[in-house]
Design a protein around this ligand. Structure first.
Ligand code: TXA
Ligand code: MG
Length: 318
């Protein structure tokens, strides 16, 4: 049913209103350092079902549960030695750990889609931290975009995609990291399920091992990792050093004649932070039936997450 979506300010009053809506089983989008999340009470079946309905998710992909700290994660997840070490090093921050689910966890079964594991994240954004503490419970929060579309890094992006379908958005300005969290599976041998805002090299250094990669498109182990995702309206060509006439060219590093640039200096952190916003801008410039060309981005550090999202954005649409 269409509803009026409120834009809440980043003030104590705004957070109190947001927490009250969440406690009533409503959905509130909020900023994290990676992207905006579409939050709902992770213990409420109704709230979780509303998340799937608002996003138009075709399947019941499991959701990431957000908590303010490691202690809150222990309530529903088994935290082993490796998880302990990684949490100490990288939480709060852009790392999601998939851990064995504890019996009697209290989470809605919709959160885990019936799996015996749960994805847990401790966001670093001060507003996300404040909202989790005022609300006082775990928040299920996928990225706050309609399913298959570009993730939001500004409150206006959330409004553009979900206004009328959710109760509110807390406006926290731009997301600093700009791509979603790195997801590491720790239900068995450590496995990288999604490259993201924490460079894989940092995880490997902490674990003292090279990480195997899971989740190929045909048989995703992070079930949301479908081939076509983050799709803008325009077609996308990657690794382009010489754009064709009429293409909107997104540069990286020195690219004379680029329409837009991820980072003029070739800085991968800056590129990640601007990626989703630039895709939206390029899409608007390209127009219906248009084409976006993207310059090559190196496959290291945050470049792995950037290239992963670009490949999914360029993949054939279902
Ligand atoms: O940065 C982020 O992670 C953002 C912010 C809002 O926290 N959230 C986010 O959520 O990207 P979402 O739903 O767009 O992506 C979550 C991914 C999906 O691919 C899902 O399949 C996977 O995590 N996932 C969730 N629970 C899982 C589980 N138990 N086992 C394997 N993969 C899981
Ligand atoms: Mg998403």
């Amino acid at each position: 049913m269409p509803q009026h979506t409120r834009l809440l300010p980043a003030t104590p009053e705004g957070l109190t209103d947001a927490a009250a809506l969440l406690a009533a089983g409503e959905l509130v989008a909020f900023p994290t350092e990676t992207v905006y999340g579409l939050g709902g009470d992770a213990r409420s079946d109704i709230a979780c079902a509303r998340i799937f309905a608002a996003k138009g998710r075709p399947q019941f992909n499991p959701l990431i549960v957000h908590v303010p700290d490691l202690a809150a994660a222990r309530v529903f997840a088994e935290v082993g030695d490796e998880a302990e070490r990684l949490a100490a090093a990288f939480w709060p921050g852009p790392l999601t750990l998939v851990l064995p689910l504890r019996m009697g966890s209290g989470l809605s079964p919709l959160v885990t889609a019936g799996l015996g594991t749960v994805a847990v994240r401790v966001p670093a954004h001060p507003l996300a931290q404040a909202l989790l503490r005022v609300f006082g419970g775990p928040l299920a929060a996928p990225s706050a975009n309609p399913s298959g579309k570009v993730s939001p890094t500004r409150a206006a992006h959330v409004m553009a995609g979900l206004a009328g379908r959710i109760a509110a958005v807390v406006d926290g300005g731009d997301c600093a990291v700009g791509v979603e969290s790195t997801i590491l599976g720790l239900a068995g041998e450590p496995v990288l399920l999604r490259p993201g805002g924490l460079p894989v090299e940092a995880l490997e250094a902490c674990l003292g091992m090279a990480l195997a990669t899971g989740g190929d498109a045909a048989k995703p182990s992070a079930p949301g990792q479908l081939a076509s995702h983050y799709a803008p309206g325009a077609a996308l060509r990657l690794g382009v050093t010489e754009p064709e006439a009429g293409e909107v060219w997104i540069g990286f590093g020195p690219c004379a004649g680029a329409t837009l640039t991820l980072s003029e200096t070739g800085d991968l952190v800056e590129a990640a932070a601007t990626l989703f916003h630039l895709l939206r801008e390029a899409d608007a410039l390209a127009g219906p039936g248009g084409c976006i060309a993207v310059a090559p981005v190196p496959e290291r550090g945050l470049g792995r997450a950037i290239n992963d999202r670009l490949r999914r954005a360029a993949a054939p649409r279902p």
